[in-house]
Ligand binder design. Sequence first.
Ligand code: SF4
Length: 482
Amino acid sequence: MQFDIDKILALLAEEVRDYAVPVVDLIAVQTHDPYRILIATILSARTRDETTARAAARLFKAAPDLAHLALLAEEELARLIQPVGFFRTKARHLAQLPGVLRARFGGVIPQSVEELCELPGVGRKTANLVVAVAFGKPAICVDTHVHRIMNIWGYVATRTPLETERALRAKLPAQHWRSVNSILVAFGQGTCRPVAPCCDRCLIAACCPKIGVTPRKRAKNEGKAMPANAKKFVSWNVNGLRAVEKKGFVEILSELDADIFALQEIKAMPEQLPESLLNIPGYTSHWFPAQKKGYAGVAIYTKSAPLRVISGIDHHDHDYEGRVLTLEFADFYFVNAYFPNAQHGLTRMDYKLRFNDDLLAFLDHCAREKSVVVCGDFNVAHREIDLANPKQNEKNPGFTPEERAWMDKFLAAGYLDTFRLFNQEPGQYTWWSYRANARARNIGWRIDYFCVDKKSAARVQDAAILPGILGSDHCPVTLSFV
Ligand code: SF4
């Protein structure tokens, strides 16, 4: 198949017809109201569509037009639009918006990209989208998906969305300008995802050059229906809970809808956290921070109340670092662990190996009574398949012979690495350095695990990695367990 942009976009327009419609397009179809389209577009930045739709509905109920918006205080706006990404900043911009519109544009929403860019919180992407969707004028909105996919196709060779917008203005036939964003946002969310795109089921795979892409590998249990009584567990090293909150943590948690959601490296005391993190509807939360502020710490959100909460492993060498939090349920222990890092120069290797052995003794003790699920950041890639560059990292923390030998010992002691029960493919990682564009290039490590004691193997239904969830240098891992 030749790469013919007209045919490709026509095919994809047909393909994404059944996908969820981007929320801004939905609001445009429902209302044709520039005010609502502008507001929804502002809310939608760095936010999932479902969350934008719910926040927009709450806001439009209180402020159906600009006049009513002008009556709302910034705090009230923040309350209404939470938890959209950067909701405090967006609330500030929304509070300023009626005044700026009155002062500069006679209270009317302007119709050009340049004028729209003068409004608080409106960048080129938002402005182009409003011009195209609200006013039906030629404009090319370049969302991150458009920028990414156009480069994957080699249709443009650009480094930034602005460069892509300029290149598309010069090259893309005008009939696609208004529709290309909606099509590629839906396609980028559904099939051509930012990490591990689904090339195996992509209808344009035959003609796509797949520039810079590492396609997903299908897991052998993909599509298998879970038993109705399966519980969903998620584990995520958030690398700072307050930081990840600003990147949509509450929304991610609600979207994943796990029965138990375990966090490592929260780097905060509960008293430093806002109500929006301490009391998430539907969950109770349990916290075990490090004594040192801004360091380590673990937490668990759970839908079902545990019989008992065990903070630490009753060992004075470790418990002040906030590394292990256990919930006891009727028929299993859920252990959330943040293993130490051996550190540069392997200065903490001895400590790490002592912690590992003490934790193993604790797990064995629990496993004598009932099933054990242990999850978290183990801070070790077990085998060569578990990191992108094994040879270069043999002497580096996280892949030394000592740390890998402990992982051998742990598995030999009767625990299962659940992810490898379902997936034997390389390139499956849970952590990527922030340096050298490692995540986009999938130069990563698999160091986050869900393990169970061997006797409970039959209770494991599925295990997966969620590399598409951003916000931390780790991504979440999951387990389905009956
Ligand atoms: S083949 Fe893969 S990379 Fe190309 S468009 Fe389809 S999903 Fe994206």
